[in-house]
Structure formats: structure tokens, C-alpha cells
Design a protein around this ligand. Sequence first.
Ligand code: GDP
Ligand code: IMO
Ligand code: MG
Length: 481
Amino acid sequence: MSRLADLIAQKPEITTVAVTDGQFGDTGKGKIVDELASGWAQFVVRANGGANAGHTIWVMGRKVVLHLIPAGILHPDVVNIIGTGVAFDPRAFSAELKALAEFGVPSTPLVSHCAKLVLPQHILMDRLREAGADGTLGTTGRGIGPCYTDHVGRCGLTVNDLSNPDELARKLRANLAEKMPFLREQDPEKIKAILGQEELGSGELFTPKPDSCFLDVDAIIAQYRQFENQITVANTDEIVRTARDEGARILLEGAQGLMLDLKHGRYPYVTCSDCTVDGLARGAGLSGEDVDLPLTIFKAPYMTCVGMGSFPTEIEDEVLAEEIRKRGNEYGATTGRPRRVGWFDLPLARYAHHCCKRRKPVVSHAIFTKLDVLTGFELIKICFEYEYEGPNYNVAGRWIRTGERLQTAIPDEFVLSQCQPIYKYFPGWKTSFSSAKTRKGLPWRLEEIIDVIAHESGFMPLAASVGPERDQTAILNELCI
Ligand code: GDP
Ligand code: IMO
Ligand code: MG
């Protein structure tokens, strides 16, 4: 049993835990979920997002990167579930199963019959828009936005449609007809090039006919039906609810992060799913009240972001940013893009605390990761507040004035993009601590920084990740519930 699993197991009244990300994603959720599956969780449920996620786990020097499959999959006694809230791409799923089998993992997760089906036209539209003249968001190009848009627009397909060939064909044709105005206007050469990519079937889906949106419906059906026998479809909402009623230990695995959340993030530079605790619960078939313990993961004392949108504490000194990027191996696990690097942002963490705060438990527990990365740095900067440098601007009836100091981030792109971070400086630490098991194993200067972050943000530091390997996690405090 991992140390973290052991800590949670000491409170048997906790049966549902949610792992969310308080920043811009990539905080190490995969590693934490894997550790909680090492002896605590009986069910691990991915509940939001899709193959845009990249969750990395290191086990004895071997690396596994998961995109759609829950990070409990390395544990044969855990039931892994891809829930209703997920945008499910059968092709990405099949590729991931193959990679896992090569790694020696034969298990396969259950997939919700109501998970939203990612179609080739979603990936095509996502990539065409990203390459278009209207400005980009820097998406992962996995079709996530168009897939969820179809769901909300009531013209989406679900995993269940794969098992009903006639309905699949009918819905697919109707869905494509709806995309006609957009796709017919596009350059066929660009479409051909995107559909020529191996991950989309090396051109087998392309047809030169504009009237069918350059997509061969029969080829899509044939391609998607090929994957059907690899997918174990189930009514996972019911399975999870029953497990909850029977007192089973359930872990909800979040993807992305609060600042990428569709409703609470820095819109429009967000993803299209609900990344909050309540969103995870709903996406798994539960309600927010079922979650006994939310765990919010933060990178510290630096942070990262991939894609466009404001990032107030971004480090402009490219030499320094590159140094941190290299040390922390900060390259997107899904797209390989170099991650943008910045200092820890307390106004954002305070905002996350504000969003994550619940009646029960009253204390918000955080896990800080990647603490080892800045070992040896002379100086650590932490952003305590912002100075707003834009013109007077009204948010919800309140005027934000030029020169005003903000302690808590306002997730409004206009405001955030004009906020200058105000830093406090802390001396760094020199000694490494990769085998720290408790607070005592951490350098005191780092301990001080964690305590400042915790005190200022409102989160209680439960644990500290001190390296990428399973169980390289030090316990800092007892659970406070
Ligand atoms: P996720 O999307 O939140 O699961 O995070 P990612 O897997 O995309 O990115 C986190 C990266 O940091 C991965 O490469 C992990 O292996 C690595 N990682 C996680 N925790 C630690 C840590 O404490 N120290 C170091 N050095 N690496 C870590
Ligand atoms: P994990 O689960 C970091 C970002 C993209 C882009 C925006 C929208 O590994 O933390 P999308 O493809 O979702 O439409 O892109 O969201 N993004 C992530 N950034 N980690 C992720 O997942 C992300 N998933 C999406 O870079 O800015
Ligand atoms: Mg990631």
C-alpha cells in the first residue's frame, strides 16, 4: 500500500475521493491517482475530458502515459471506468490499449454507454479551426471542443450508438449534414492532409466530394465498428452508484484543471468539460455531495500551462524558463509541446480555494507536486498579488481600477491579461530530498515555502510529491475531516 493510500485508509468513513487540478493541468494527477489505487481505491473513474489529457506514471523506471484510460489501470484488482462525462475516441482508446498490452497490462476498463463519441469530423474541425485565420486557442487537436459542442447541441453520438449499426449510420449522416456549411467552405487539400494523418486512418476516410463534407460515411462506420469488440460497454453510472451504496472505495480521476474549466476557467482559453469536483461526480454518475474528500493538486513553487491565454506569472526570461522546463521535463504528455513556465500564483490558488470550498469537509486538502524540480535555485519567487494595469473595467457591477491590487484572481481574460504579478522572494534550498517520507525529510526552506503557500491560499497541505516515481510522496499532515 502506498503512503498516500495508507493515509486515506485511516479514515474508513471516506469512501469517495476526487482528484482535481487547481491550475492549468499537468500537475501530476496521474501519479497521485496511481498511488491512491495502490491499496486504497477499488474503483477508479475517469469522469471528464478525453484524449486531450496526458497522465504520466513512472513505475520502477518505466513510463506509462495515459490519455483516456484511468490511471488505476496498472492495478489488476481495481475496476477502471471511463464515465459518462468523457469524450470517448475509440481510435485513441484502441491505441492506448495496445500500448498498455505492450507494457504488460492486459486489463481493460469499462466504458459508459453514455460517454460522448468523438468522431473524425470533430478532430477535423478542431484542427481546421486551429489552423484558421480567426486566431487559435492552442487546443490539443483531439476533437474535444466539437464533440462536447455536438452533445450540448443535441446532435452528438454516444458509445451506445456503436452497438446499433443502423442508428449509428443515421446519426452519423445527420451529424455530418449539420457540419456541411463549415466543411464545404474549407480547402479540400487541408482536409485531405489532416485525414491523411496516421491517427485518423491514413486517408481512408477522405473522399473528394464536397457534398459529403469530404468524409466517407461508410468508411467511418467501417472504421468505428472495427473498434467495437475492444470496448466493454456498460451502464457505468449504475455500477458506480451501486458501488457507492455498498460502501466501495471510489476514486474520481479529474482531467485538465480548474483554470481550463469551461465555466470557471479563463474563458475562452479553456477546454469544453467540467473539471470541478461536482463535474467529476456528475461525469461518474454521482452527485457532488457523494464526494467525501476532494484533493486539489498543485505544482509548486512553479507552475505550467500549455496552449494560449493569459498566464500572469509566466517567466519571460527564456533561459530561466528553459532551465525549469528541462529539469521538470515540462513537455506536453499529449502533444509534446513545450509547456509555458511561471512562478506559483497565489491569486489563482486563492481563486481555486474559493471555487473548491465545501461545507464538508470544511478543510480543503491540497497535494503539492514537483517540489524537487527547483532544488539548487538561489531564489524562489511567489506571486502574492496582482497589480491591474488595464483601463477601468466593470466585472459583475464592480469597477476594477487601473493600478488596483488584486489578492484573488478574477477569471476574466480581459483582466487577467493586464495583471502584473507582485512577487515576494524566498531563498531556495540546496539539499535533495527524493526519498522524503514525511515533513521532516524536506529542507526547512522548502517547508517554509509550502507553509506560506498553504497559509495564503487557504489549502491544507496533505502531501508533497518529491519525484515522479510511485510512492515518492511525503505525508505532511493528517487528514482533517
Ligand atoms: P497530469 O496531467 O496532472 O497527470 O500530469 P502530467 O503527467 O501531464 O505531468 C506531470 C509530470 O510530472 C509527469 O511527467 C510526471 O511524471 C511528473 N511528476 C509528477 N510528480 C512529480 C514530482 O514530484 N517530481 C518530478 N520531478 N516529476 C513529477
Ligand atoms: P491533463 O489532464 C494541460 C488545454 C489545451 C488548450 C485548452 C483547450 O493532462 O492535465 P482542448 O484540446 O481541450 O480543446 O484544448 O486546454 N488542455 C490541457 N492542458 N493539460 C491537459 O490535460 C489539458 N487538456 C487540455 O492545451 O489550451
Ligand atoms: Mg497532463
